[in-house]
Design a protein around this ligand. Structure first.
Ligand code: SAM
Length: 191
């Protein structure tokens, strides 16, 4: 699936990064029920750090208990804050050293389907994150087109990602061709 594909890209980069940098810093930009936050924490433990963002309280609560149950809460900071404001809370020493960012766009599964990620904040977050990403760092985005607003958001992300300078970034777009409305995956790697 698209999500397991995202995890493969992240896992191969984070295995390398965790063994070369002192603190492997990663961001979950859309924590939701916390499955990806847990995955990221498992990848960077014991010395790494995960910063997670969501605008819904339910997401913070669900994710906190998931991480607690796995004994990984100590390496995770969760913020009820829009992801485009991550630079207000991330310790300044981490700027420029972010190894990976994961976006899973759309709405919270089993939550309020009207609360969705929005093109303007998604692109604002992406612009800042590509700027502060470490060299070799990667950003994955799962793009959904099945909900109202999804198609527009996917189109703006693709347009923005297409415009990234090829000398500094490699951008890939992976799609499942034989399923309707399967999420597609964008992977941005900073050179
Ligand atoms: N990866 C999650 C998981 O494993 O359960 C699912 C993420 S869900 C598809 C998208 C999430 O993005 C929702 O929980 C929603 O509240 C959140 N969201 C929407 N707008 C946001 C924003 N501006 N900043 C951060 N999170 C946002």
């Amino acid at each position: 699936s698209t999500l397991s594909s995202a995890r493969k890209f992240l896992s191969s980069h984070l295995t390398k990064a965790s063994s070369t940098v002192e603190t492997c810093v990663v961001i979950d930009a859309t924590i939701g029920n916390g499955h990806d936050t847990l995955f990221l924490a498992e990848q960077v433990q014991p010395n790494g750090k995960v910063y997670g963002f969501d605008i819904q309280n339910d997401a913070i609560t669900a994710t906190r208990s998931r991480l607690q149950a796995a004994n990984l809460l100590p390496i995770v900071e969760l913020y009820r804050l829009s992801h485009d404001r991550f630079d207000e809370v991330l310790p300044k020493v981490h700027l420029g050293h972010i190894q990976a960012v994961m976006f899973n766009l759309g709405y919270l599964p089993h939550g309020d389907p009207s609360i969705i990620t929005q093109p303007s904040t998604t692109i604002a977050a992406l612009s800042k994150m590509t700027h502060w990403l470490a060299s070799g760092g990667i950003i994955t985005l799962a793009l959904y087109t099945g909900h109202p607003g999804g198609q527009e958001e996917a189109a703006s992300v693709i347009k923005w990602a297409t415009s990234l300078p090829a000398k500094s970034f490699q951008v890939m777009w992976q799609q499942i061709l034989n399923r309707n409305h399967a999420p597609s995956l964008v992977v941005i790697e900073k050179k």
